[in-house]
Design a protein around this ligand. Structure first.
Ligand code: 3HC
Length: 318
């Protein structure tokens, strides 16, 4: 293809983005657009799958049948979100096996937030309230992202995230209004999950290598810092409502900006966790890889059954 032809295609593509048209898998797109979507969407999918591990730890320890059922439903939802997002990523011309190889070999990232331990039942409340709360803030704009399959996947995911956030906050309300030990447990969980939840929304904008281009392509509709500020402004009143204190002595309402000023985030900690040196990185990957390896027989059996079904169908029609 000549340079002039490529230039025409690029200009037509930019015009489509400008007109807020949805780009579909079979449409022409710049290779960099394709690659950045494979990167972000697959890391999103990996995050959903790895995110099942910290919460899965508490399914058998839930304090009541009701809490167990809600947590079970949430963890199953996360698995479904992961599969949904893997399917959307595959439309860009990468196979599921390649995606899993990237995750299991450590080549692909997943969200830093899932590399922290869940030490008490209150952590399950804090994860639903804070992590899923941040996820909703991050994912609602993605419902309007330029790549069709990603935008459509996000519509369903966000509906389920709202249930996740509500059940988490309900756990925190119960504990905060419970016995002093329960309130202490809720405050301890908030202390441990607050700052990692702020980090989950990505590095500050001037450290973000992808934000500028992702905003141009309408992959991102808001920057990392805008999403973080929105999360803080929404969540601080929720903590105060149940008598919990956000662990940031620099947190202060700024009437001029109609938002909270907040303390410095420990970006060294963030990058350490992203680079694999967080409290649970090794444990998470070991659990994930062994689940994959131990599940090989299930995949083989499912494939054998599918082949048998296809063969008998073939026989019927011939
Ligand atoms: N954890 C790990 N890596 C992170 C990160 C995080 N929290 N935030 C950023 N990074 C990485 C980026 O992947 C990028 O590295 P790469 O070039 O090797 O991919 C680098 O740090 C620079 O960051 P950027 O801000 O430039 O990267 P992005 O533009 O991709 O922004 C993001 C980061 C805001 C997380 C964006 O990728 C995004 O919105 N992703 C979709 C949502 C998502 O993945 N959420 C993760 C949690 S899923 C979840 O919460 C499920 C819920 O059910 C609990």
């Amino acid at each position: 293809m000549s340079e002039a032809e490529i230039k025409n295609l690029e200009e037509a593509f930019e015009a489509r983005i400008e007109r807020d048209e949805k780009i579909e898998p079979k449409d022409w797109m710049p290779e960099k657009y394709r690659q950045t979507h494979i990167r972000q969407m697959s890391q999103h999918a990996h995050s959903e799958i790895i995110g099942m591990l910290p919460e899965g730890n508490w399914i058998s320890r839930a304090p009541s049948l009701r809490r167990k059922v809600a947590l079970l439903a949430k963890v199953q939802d996360e698995g479904g979100h992961g599969l949904y997002l893997y399917s959307a990523t595959e439309t860009l011309g990468i196979t599921r096996d390649e995606l899993f190889e990237q995750l299991h070999s450590g080549k692909a990232k997943y969200s830093s937030i899932f590399n922290y331990p869940t030490l008490t039942w209150a952590d399950i409340g804090a994860i639903g309230w804070l992590v899923d709360g941040a996820a909703i803030i991050n994912q609602v704009p993605l419902c309007n992202t330029s790549f069709g399959p990603y935008a459509r996947a996000m519509v369903r995911v966000c509906k389920e995230e709202s249930f996740h956030q509500r059940q988490g906050y309900e756990i925190m309300v119960k504990l905060a209004k419970g016995a002093p030990e329960q309130k202490e447990m809720a405050q301890d969980a908030l202390n441990r999950w607050w700052w990692p939840s702020l980090m989950m929304l990505g590095p500050t904008d001037n450290q973000s290598v992808h934000t500028a281009q992702s905003m141009k392509w309408k992959l991102k509709r808001k920057t990392n810092d805008e999403l973080r500020q929105q999360f803080i402004d929404q969540t601080v009143p929720q903590a105060e409502l149940i008598g919990l204190k956000v662990p940031d002595e620099n947190l202060k309402w700024n009437d001029a900006k109609k938002g909270y000023d907040f303390g410095d985030i420990d970006w060294d900690e963030f990058w350490q966790v992203v680079k694999g040196h967080g409290p649970c990185n090794k444990e998470r990957m070991t659990a994930r890889v062994s689940a994959w390896e131990n599940g090989q027989w299930v995949r083989d059996a499912a494939m054998a059954h599918a082949e048998k079904q296809a063969a008998s169908l073939q026989k019927e029609v011939s």
